[in-house]
Design a protein around this ligand. Structure first.
Ligand code: PLP
Length: 259
């Protein structure tokens, strides 16, 4: 069962006093589609019985979600994984395989070249024709799915915040705002290229890196609000929002997307 629209919940946090804050609970959309991954897949899904091929790292939620979509909607899935095979499979890849995904591995250097003609013809020889979804669902269809998150919000708001991996979610949201509204992304990766809408200072060492300070923030947030923030993305955003609460205009209504 998909929980859409995802719930919008008021967040009362004394550290954000003077702001009206809501959390958009995209983390509750569906247990098989962590975070925003359902939104990014929705318009990328092929007809039933075809094959989808996509890319990701060994801990990619996008691979996991694509495999789940294949099982739910009846198409085949192939995951091209960055790096060497490690056995036993980690929980993310085991779940993908349990959902019927075929995995194939490419070296980091090949992976970096992306969907090159050589790699694509190799993969076609092996798996037949397929429908290609880029890593992270980062394309127009992915952005279109994420834009729907904005349409679901029935409170007038001034600022909407989300975390940034590929930036697909931020781009989808930003494209749907009124001129008076603003989107702010919090980079979960180190070295995000400078962008007026992206706050680069809260990556805590880089993608999938964590610190004791971030862990303490997560534990405290759970205690205060009963919400367990995902440490790869959402905790970094929320930490940034709290740390820089003063950047928001007093009295503003803020939406924090917890994907
Ligand atoms: C994948 C993911 C993101 C990153 O989204 P992008 O569109 O790639 O920027 C953020 N939060 C969660 C929980 C995710 O799973």
């Amino acid at each position: 069962m998909f929980r859409l629209p995802s719930p919008l919940e008021r967040l009362d946090d004394e550290r954000l006093a003077g702001l009206r804050v809501f959390v958009k609970r995209d983390d509750l959309i569906h247990p098989d589609f962590p975070g925003n991954k359902w939104r990014k897949l929705k318009y990328n899904l092929p007809p039933a019985r075809s094959t989808v091929l996509t890319f990701g790292g060994a801990y990619s939620s996008h691979l996991r979600a694509t495999a789940a979509a294949g099982r739910h909607f009846g198409f085949k899935t192939v995951g091209v994984v960055r790096g060497e095979e490690r056995l036993p499979l980690n929980p993310v890849l085991s779940a993908a395989v349990a959902d019927g995904m075929a995995l194939t591995y490419v070296s980091r250097s090949t992976y970096r070249l992306g969907a090159s003609p050589g790699l694509l013809s190799d993969l076609t020889a092996r798996y037949g024709d397929f429908h290609l979804i880029p890593e992270g669902g980062a394309n127009d269809a992915g952005r279109r799915g994420c834009a729907e998150l904005v349409d679901e919000i029935d409170e007038p708001f001034d600022v909407i915040c989300c975390s940034v991996g590929t930036g697909t979610t931020l781009a989808g949201i930003a494209g749907r705002l009124k001129p008076s509204q603003r989107a702010i992304g919090y980079a979960a990766i180190k070295g995000h290229r400078p962008h007026p809408d992206v706050e680069p200072g809260f990556h805590f060492g880089g993608y999938a890196k964590r610190t004791a300070e971030l862990d303490a923030f997560i534990a405290d947030f759970r205690e205060r609000h009963g919400i367990t923030l995902d440490w790869v993305y959402e905790a970094k955003m929320m930490y940034g929002i709290v740390a820089q609460a003063g950047r928001f205009p007093p009295g503003a209504t803020l939406i924090a997307v917890i994907a």
